[in-house]
Structure formats: C-alpha cells, structure tokens
Design a protein around this ligand. Structure first.
Ligand SMILES: [Zn+2]
Length: 87
C-alpha cells in the first residue's frame, strides 16, 4: 500500500513539530505532495515506492500515487506470469 502526504516546508506552520507532532496528518496547505509505501511481490520482496509526486495539488497527488501503485502491481503480476524477472 502507498500513502500520499504533504512534505511540509520550513515556512509552513505544520513544519513546527512541537505544535504539530504528526505532520503527515495535515494536508490543508500547499506544500509538495510526496508518496511513501511499498508493494510486496509473491516472493516476499518489497518494492519501495517513495518520493516526490511533483505536484502541490492534493487531488493530483492522490491520483498519481494510486496510478503508480496500480502500475507497479500490474507489472509485478505480469513479470510473475511471463517470468520476465528473475527474483
Ligand atoms: Zn505544509
């Protein structure tokens, strides 16, 4: 599973960890959207999916993170079927 979150920049109020100890919970600002998560292959290997989504639009970030997740899941399934990758 992957999650999208805003990576708060220094000038953002949510960058204050004393005031906001769980910065990933806050999304009502315009900081860049990042994603974090992983896909587990049928062979138990983790494919880490992490990084900037190159957008500040929350909705776009959600769509991009989900489309990357779906793409990775489909590719893992195809590779297992085709034996295109030797794990
Ligand atoms: Zn922010």
């Amino acid at each position: 599973m992957v999650t999208a979150y805003r990576r708060h920049q220094a000038r953002c109020k949510y960058a204050n960890k004393k005031k906001y100890p769980e910065p990933r919970k806050h999304k009502d600002c315009t900081c860049p959207v990042h994603m974090d998560g992983f896909v587990t292959t049928p062979f138990g290997e983790k494919i880490v999916m992490r990084g900037s989504l190159e957008t500040r639009n929350w909705g776009h970030g959600q769509i991009l993170s989900l489309s990357m997740l779906i793409g990775t899941l489909a590719t893992v399934r195809a590779c297992c079927t085709l034996e295109a990758v030797h794990w």
